[in-house]
Write a protein that binds this ligand. Sequence first.
Ligand SMILES: [Zn+2]
Length: 216
Amino acid sequence: MSKQKSYLILFLTFLLCLLPYEQIFAAGYIKSKEKSKLVDIRKLDKTIVIDLRYATKNNFTKKKIYPAAVPLLRKETAAKLVKVNNEAAKKGYRIKVWDAYRPFSAQRTLYNAASNKSYVAHPSKGSRHNRGAAVDLTLVDRKGKELLMPSAFDDFTKRAHRNNPGMNKTAKKNMDYLTSIMKKHGFRTISNEWWHYEDTNWEKYPLLDVPLTSFK
Ligand SMILES: [Zn+2]
């Protein structure tokens, strides 16, 4: 290698070090191209209850993380969710969504605000929410009252773990029912947040940083 080339590589490495490291590792995120691939859940099914907690101060950070309350998912993921809601309707239940698509930049804000980092995906990897392929939800009855579940949303303790041996029986029954209809229509679970579901095809979808305000 020529001396000039070596200097060039050194210089480029130096430039790379000036970037925030999460931008280096998650350089694959897309700013606007994929906007059309996201859909507002309310447009597909008006009966799904929306309570985007990060668009309010009613979340674990006590801060408004999202500048707009727009519940978005990948079109394919949203279509699956509508199927789940239709199935729940047979029992007189509806889905209540707490979080859906989360812009990549909001992931950084959320991560920095979290005291227990083990519950929020590191910005270097991004979250499946950043792909529009994950949804946080629960079930409500005909009156809109939440069914008893293992814990409140974003309860970052063992109470939120799916295998918590001390779980209330009714809460377990409700969680198992929600799990069964979500799995039936193409979602999978994670072990430490009973409310979190992700599209089984999440890997197909890229990380996005399309701002929520562009959908208002
Ligand atoms: Zn989640």
